[in-house]
Design a protein around this ligand. Sequence first.
Ligand SMILES: [Zn+2]
Length: 229
Amino acid sequence: MSPPSRRNEAAVDAEVREKIHLEILKRVGAYHANDHILLPSGQHATEYIDKTLVTAEPAFTEGLGGVIAKHFAQWPVDVVLSTGPGALILSHCVARAHPSRPTLLYGTKVQTGGKRKVTLPAEFRQLVRQGTKVLIVEDLVSTGNTIKLLIQLVEQQGGQVTGIGCLWRRTSKAEVAGKLVYSLVSRDFPTYPPEACPLCKKGVALNEDFVSRRERRKPASAEERSQVS
Ligand SMILES: [Zn+2]
């Protein structure tokens, strides 16, 4: 039997890695599959990833951050940069495990004149300057917009993006703004408007748990408040 080619080995590795990481995300309750799920957007799907729960289990997050750090270990990194609470927790774990012992910084998302932007807190600005090597870390990448904003931020400061690592990439393309995104899970899943949902057509019961959980977080409506008082 001939040995598998290097290319095949890499593909098998990525597949195995993805399976392991999906199991981890299932165990923390962040990933659900083989179901008929009502998404917060109103669409239906067979899978769901809950961004909030992705980093809820520190030991798992450390393990996942370690895998991303290992991938980028061969390149020197001065700064690990992220934005948003989930990505920040993950990026701490990546920075902790990277052999360059990079500094950990985070940007803040702001909305100015209808445009989204990521800015660095004033204390961090001098830490990203000409030639600073930056590793960008995200938890979930769907449109890639946040990564684009982070790249812009680094380049405006004169820094260089050494790499982009994330837990889950839902875009079909492996690149954002011409830069390769390394992801532990690269998986998109179809979502359907209710009227075109194949599971609805088969009469499968709809799981509304994820939406009602969000609804419960919302402040009570005036009507609800009047019922209480
Ligand atoms: Zn449906």
